[in-house]
Design a protein around this ligand. Structure first.
Ligand code: AVJ
Length: 324
């Protein structure tokens, strides 16, 4: 791996991630018990998520890719010439590649992610395929303030937040994130964001409880990760995956339910479970086109264009910073 690329990476919030043990103990001693979905993504978890995106029931990634592929020329009109495209939580570069192909005047691409490994690899490949594009990765927790690379400072900024990742935030935190993104991107900025839409509960439930059991594995891997990293003794066969659409709150909830009364040791602590007691591991909020626009308007943005897929399952929404 090219050492100069590693050296060129910007490190922000270096302490991020060190609170795993503290977060896990706090969550497992809370009532009801909970764990943050951000801990799903160790190496195994990231691979399992990739497998989820290929499941027949998990329409989100396919729909968003279809929108980006079909509507890229339309979307590209919102990227000013010689602008910097800032991706919040980049992971694989498959989606941004569709935008770059349609908008050759983008001068810089700034992927922001907590995991440096993926960033370095994708940056190398993008530089190879787009020799005139400045690829400026930033290692940071994108929910926290971070500084943009100096090389992109004079350029107008466009944010890209695909994947319905915003669905993991509580609505109040989603609003705070949108405000934060506006401050980070600056005056005149545009934000392109992927939103999973409210739809029939049977479709939503299937997407998060697939027949092949990949999402169950993904959920249970959180316990395996705690066993590996925090000297715990969760018996994975003694917990089961639960996922259901909570229509009152417009969110999918994922839980891990204890199949029996049991005692687990984590980090030298004893955690007791009642039979049927759950650990709440994820919320994935769904929006209507109208409810998301209202959220954006209340967070300093003006909706300027939106592209749904033909089935109306998913929405790519363009926002302009409102106070400029
Ligand atoms: C990565 C947060 C968009 O909420 O659909 C997939 C994660 N969880 N299956 C989602 C996830 C279970 C996913 N996001």
């Amino acid at each position: 791996m090219a050492a100069q690329i590693q050296a060129a990476l910007r490190y922000e919030g270096a302490e991020a991630g060190s609170s795993f043990a503290g977060d896990v103990i706090a969550g497992l001693t809370a009532r009801p018990k909970r764990l943050s979905p951000k801990y799903f993504y160790d190496e195994t978890g990231a691979q399992l998520f990739e497998a989820i995106t290929a499941l027949p029931e998990y329409y989100l990634t396919r729909c968003e890719l279809e929108i980006l592929r079909e509507r890229a020329p339309d979307i590209a009109r919102f990227f000013p010439a010689d602008s910097a495209l800032v991706e919040f939580g980049s992971g694989s570069s498959k989606k941004v590649r569709m935008l770059l192909a349609a908008a050759p005047t983008i001068a810089a691409y700034v992927p922001v992610d907590i995991s440096s490994q993926m960033l370095i690899q994708e940056a190398e490949e993008l530089r190879r395929d787009h020799p005139r594009l400045a690829v400026l990765p930033v290692v940071a927790d994108f929910t926290q303030p971070f500084s943009l690379p100096a090389a992109a400072a004079g350029m107008p900024h466009t944010g890209f937040f695909p994947g319905s990742t915003i669905g993991n935030f509580e609505p109040h935190d989603a609003a705070a994130f949108l405000r934060h993104a506006g401050r980070m991107l600056g005056p005149g900025a545009t934000l392109l964001i992927g939103i999973d839409l409210v739809k029939d509960a049977s479709i939503l439930n299937a997407a998060y409880d697939d027949a092949a059991g990949v999402t169950a594995k993904f959920n249970l891997n959180l316990l395996a990760r705690i066993n590996r990293g925090l000297d715990a003794d969760f018996d994975l066969d003694a917990f089961c995956h639960q996922a259901f659409y909570n229509s009152e709150r417009a969110r999918i909830e994922m839980h891990l339910a204890s199949r029996k009364r049991q005692r687990v040791r984590v980090c030298g602590r004893v955690i007791d479970f009642r039979a049927g007691e759950t650990i709440h591991t994820e919320n994935s909020y769904k929006y209507t086109a109208a409810s998301f626009k209202a959220l954006a308007r209340g967070s300093g943005w003006v909706p300027v264009a939106a592209w749904p897929d033909p089935q109306g399952y998913f929405l790519v929404q363009a926002l302009a910073r409102g106070d400029d």
